[in-house]
Design a protein around this ligand. Structure first.
Ligand SMILES: [Zn+2]
Length: 132
């Protein structure tokens, strides 16, 4: 999702978050990343996406340049970092802030391991993803 801004353009993701918070009043938001993610993998490997400009531009907006970029990038670590970043972006939305302040919504960061079915949850205290 985009970083919240007071003057942000109309945006499906922002509208969805706002509807969930202020109309549906959902009690839990789960941001779930997954292993073997082609999008995050392409980003951290610096793949040439000139043939897929819509994907390239979307990734540029969605995925921070601060993802790990070592010689042997691990997609899972990058995906987990992406989940942390998306949780932080959620906390920037006023409609989320107000429900958090009221204790009416919980944010969860999950990581789904495609090949094993394991789901790990982000623990804010340790900043680790541990099996549910
Ligand atoms: Zn993916």
């Amino acid at each position: 999702m985009p970083v919240y801004q007071d003057d942000m353009a109309a945006c499906a993701e922002a509208a969805t978050i706002e509807y969930a918070m202020r109309v549906l009043r959902v009690a839990d938001i789960v941001v779930c990343g997954h292993s073997h993610c082609g999008a995050v993998g392409a980003k951290i490997r610096g793949e040439d996406l000139t043939g897929a400009p819509a994907v390239r531009d979307w990734l540029a907006q969605q995925i921070s340049d601060e993802l790990p970029k070592d010689d042997e990038p691990t997609v899972s670590a990058a995906v987990q970092q992406h989940v942390r970043e998306q949780l932080n972006r959620l906390r920037g939305y006023p409609c989320v802030q107000e429900r958090l302040a009221a204790g009416e919504v919980n944010l969860h960061g999950w990581f789904y391991e495609v090949h094993t079915g394991l789901v790990a949850a982000h623990h804010p205290a340790s900043d680790l993803f541990l099996p549910l």
